[in-house]
Design a protein around this ligand. Structure first.
Ligand SMILES: *Cc1c(COP(=O)(O)O)cnc(C)c1O
Length: 460
């Protein structure tokens, strides 16, 4: 690399350290360790400013479903920026991109869901859910139904309501969260918390925690249950097969609303447009964001069932809620082009019938590695649990930071995987080919061996 180029990168890094506060980051630690400047991307690959090429097995942050470098998305944004860069959807106004997008999403969503409320992000969408379910029960004449039941180690965003709905203890510790009216039950994380019983029994047990919580609070106090189809940021935690049937039974028995947070799973990641379809669930509200625009521009929303919409609309008056950028025309144009690409290239079908099963097959080969305690996944997501002892399944002490070591080893092997504690997770672009999946698995396997060496070198 040219000295001049190196100087530019160093200057950028210095400016970054001086002025840019990063999300979910220990800034002092970051200043010590330094940043990686990401410069460009194409397909499933990203390049940093030093020219290193990495296979991005996280699709950015679970979002770049159609892959990087789609010129037609840039063109759609450019065209919309020229005709109507912004107008709001308040005060009796609307515009074509928002109309077409709402209608398109309604056509892809489960049959009983026909309306969309747009937001700027997934967090805003979950804030919207909180307000919408409480509004629903007020209009139904049951204003005592206010509490929302969520799960420990869930992720529902980072706004005050989003972080409260989420079940991340380290987030709750900062800023006196959760806010009142949000409670959390145990998560269905069999490998982490349930190995003293069968996955089936553990699935039933953790689902029944919902019923116990409803009975404890009183059905007349509970507004809704919120859950991700699989916990993404929590570590790609996929509930045992028995879980959802029991949850469905409980949801049917008690009069509470069901919010399915599909910010990650929506727009194809499980092999259907929505995981509700993959899992046979009937949510009242679905949270969307991320893959909605493949991350090319920010956008989120809530898909609203007829049950909720009918009450909001006919008994409602004004729902005093919304954002300047609700249904932003450029974001909507980008989302429409993103969906058009998913349809034209049949990417959702491919995830269900071809590349998804192929990824899961190949991922399972890693379970033979001495560091690996469990490999799990569905559609186009996966998790690899690192263990200190494969036979006893004892996990590493936190002082080892095995997950962080593995993440570094991945980068050295030309691969981006994310570490959640000692769980390595992937969520590749839906356009990834079989050859690229082979490359991903090869690099992951290299990285696992490198991790083993790093751990040994630390004298453990
Ligand atoms: C990322 C995420 C959110 C928050 O979305 P933002 O756009 O970051 O606000 C909410 N729910 C889930 C399941 C997510 O993965």
């Amino acid at each position: 690399m040219q000295q001049q180029q190196q100087d530019t990168i160093s200057a950028l890094q210095a400016m970054d350290a001086a002025h840019h506060l990063h999300p979910f980051t220990d800034s002092a630690d970051l200043a010590k360790r330094g940043t990686r400047v990401i410069e460009r991307a194409e397909g499933v690959y990203i390049w940093d400013a030093k020219g290193n090429k990495l296979l991005d097995a996280m699709a950015g942050l679970w979002c770049v479903n159609v892959g990087y470098g789609r010129k037609s998305i840039a063109d759609a944004a450019y065209a919309q920026l020229q005709t109507l860069p912004f107008y709001n959807n308040f005060f009796q106004c609307t515009h074509e991109p928002a109309i077409r997008l709402a209608s398109k999403i309604a056509s892809l969503a489960p049959g009983h869901m026909n309306r969309v409320f747009f937001t700027g992000s997934g967090s805003e969408a979950n804030d919207t859910n909180l307000r919408m379910v409480r509004r629903y029960w007020d209009l139904k004449g049951m204003p005592s139904k206010k509490t929302i039941i969520s799960r420990k180690n869930a992720y529902h965003g980072s706004t005050v309501a989003g972080a409260s709905l989420g079940g991340m203890g380290f987030m709750h510790q900062q800023g006196d969260l959760p806010i009142p009216g949000i409670v959390h039950i145990d998560q269905p994380y069999w490998f982490g918390e349930g190995r003293d019983m069968s996955p089936e029994a553990f699935g039933i047990k953790t689902a029944q925690a919902l019923e116990a919580k409803i009975l404890e609070l009183g059905e007349d106090k509970v507004a809704a249950f919120i859950a991700e189809p699989f916990q993404g940021a929590g570590g790609v935690i996929i509930p045992p097969d028995s879980y959802w049937n029991e949850i469905k039974r409980i949801l049917e028995k008690y009069n509470i609303l069901f919010i399915l947070d599909e910010v990650i799973s929506g727009f194809g990641r499980t092999g259907n447009w929505f995981a509700a379809q993959t899992l046979g669930l009937k949510p009242d509200l679905i949270t969307i964001a991320k893959g909605m625009t493949s991350g090319y521009i920010p956008m989120g929303g809530v898909i609203v069932s007829d049950r909720v919409a009918d009450v909001l609309i006919s008994d409602g008056g004004e729902f005093a809620h919304g954002f300047t950028y609700s249904g932003h025309p450029v974001a909507a144009a980008v989302a429409l082009e993103n969906i058009r690409i998913l349809e034209e290239e049949r990417l959702v079908d491919k995830v269900r019938t071809d590349t998804g099963p192929y990824l899961q097959d190949r991922l399972q080969t890693l379970s033979a590695h001495p560091l690996v305690g469990e490999v799990r996944g569905m559609g186009m997501v996966g998790a690899i649990e690192l263990v200190a002892d494969k036979h006893s399944m004892v996990r590493f002490g936190s002082e080892i930071s095995a997950g962080m070591l593995c993440r570094e080893a991945c980068i050295e092997s030309g691969l981006v995987m994310r570490a959640v504690g000692d769980t390595m997770i992937i969520s590749p672009p839906l356009c990834i080919t079989r050859d690229e999946i082979d490359e991903l698995i090869f690099k992951a396997s290299q990285a696992l061996s490198l991790t083993l060496e790093k751990i040994a070198a630390r004298g453990n």
